[in-house]
Design a protein around this ligand. Sequence first.
Ligand code: ADP
Ligand code: MG
Length: 471
Amino acid sequence: MIERDDAVAYIAKLERDLQAAQSRIAALEREAELHARYARDLDRRLAALLSVSAALLISHDIDAIIRLVVQQAVELFPGTATAHIYLMDNEQEGRLRLRASAPEHAPAPAFSILAEMAAKAPRAILLSGPELEYVIHQQNTAYPLSIEDCLWPQSVLLAPLRIEQQRLGALVICGEQLSHLYHPRDLPFVQALADLTVIAIDEVQQRQRAAALQRDLVHTQSLRAEAEARLNAAQAQLLQSAKLAAVGELSASVAHEINNPLYAARNSLYLVEQDLPPDAPQRTFLAIAQQELGRIARIITRMRDFYRPSRGELTSANINALLRETLELVTTHLRHNHVTVRTRLANDLPPIVAHADQLRQVFLNVILNACDAMPSGGELTVSSELIAARAGAPATLAISITDTGVGIAPEHIPHLFEPFYTTKPHGTGLGLAISAHIVTQHGGRITVDSQPGVGTTFTILLPLEPPVTAS
Ligand code: ADP
Ligand code: MG
């Protein structure tokens, strides 16, 4: 038989046990609830980090990236008042500069202490309460104290922004003043956010460096191409000049050699003529011989005059006047060949610094060629105009000489300016070679545009001032 008292005591014990069990269950339930909240929190933060990383990956602008990061930091850590990113200043080596804040207003100047600390830390750190006060107190003497400086947060999260050993800056996240305290489990998230930021910044910088390298490469390539083109042109020019110089020497010496016997022959014929009766039948042949020898003499003079590279001084020349003089020189010749002349000379042409004689020679060569190209007559148009200076190109005079002649077959075009290239039975093939030489010596260009059966235009482009090397 159990005693009544014992039974009461036993029941009381059972009740106590029950209560203990109930409160233990309640505690477990609370813990479970906490875990569930924590798990939800974790989920939310992971989702937020994922969306941040997605946004960061498509952003190509560092300012946009760090603005997004500070905004997301405020969202990601409940109880956050402000978030800031400081980056190393490129101009001031080793100094941090505030680059982004959320909400968008500058923090108290003393916040830079926290930024310095964050930048030097190996990993994300959490500072709260007395520790934080201590840090501020230790450092703050260097900064002028302001009202804001006195309203410090209770808790901050700091993270370094660094890639490998290179410090890029710092992320500073501040809790609301007075009450809020961060939790150590926030640290992996802060570190993750900082790492994401660094990856995004690095990506942009790499891309910028790659783009800069690409630009440099393209630039170098174009410089190289330009240099090669100049070299080729210079070589071609050199070859042309060498050929012309050879021609010049040859013709001068041939002219010299022929001149004396020619003079003797003409003189002898003159003496024979003196002795012939006025009605002698030989007179006709004598006249022909004299005429032909005269022609040889003229050819020789032309040969001697053909190539005189630096004759005369550079002077201020009026291109229209030179063109008119040249046309006057050949008026009779043109009329004989049934060629009508039209001029379209711009009347506001500035004078040009040039060797007038040489330019006259060029115009003469081109006009005579035009005339040769119109064996049964036609129209010759001579025009001049000023082309204003443009980016990289100086002001230039353009002189065009157009004929309505036979034209030039495309396969001849590349050779026109080569010495001795001629399609005429009695041509010398020197006119255009010498003309091109003279024009290039003046810093200009001569181009041709032709349509077989329709006609040809030679265009001579001359800068107002020749380059200093012109002779
Ligand atoms: P040449 O007149 O002694 O032949 P050039 O150097 O003056 O030598 O001219 C070279 C060649 O260019 C000519 O033989 C001719 O075939 C061609 N040419 C030059 N100008 C013209 C033109 N206006 N129309 C057609 N062909 C031309
Ligand atoms: Mg000619």
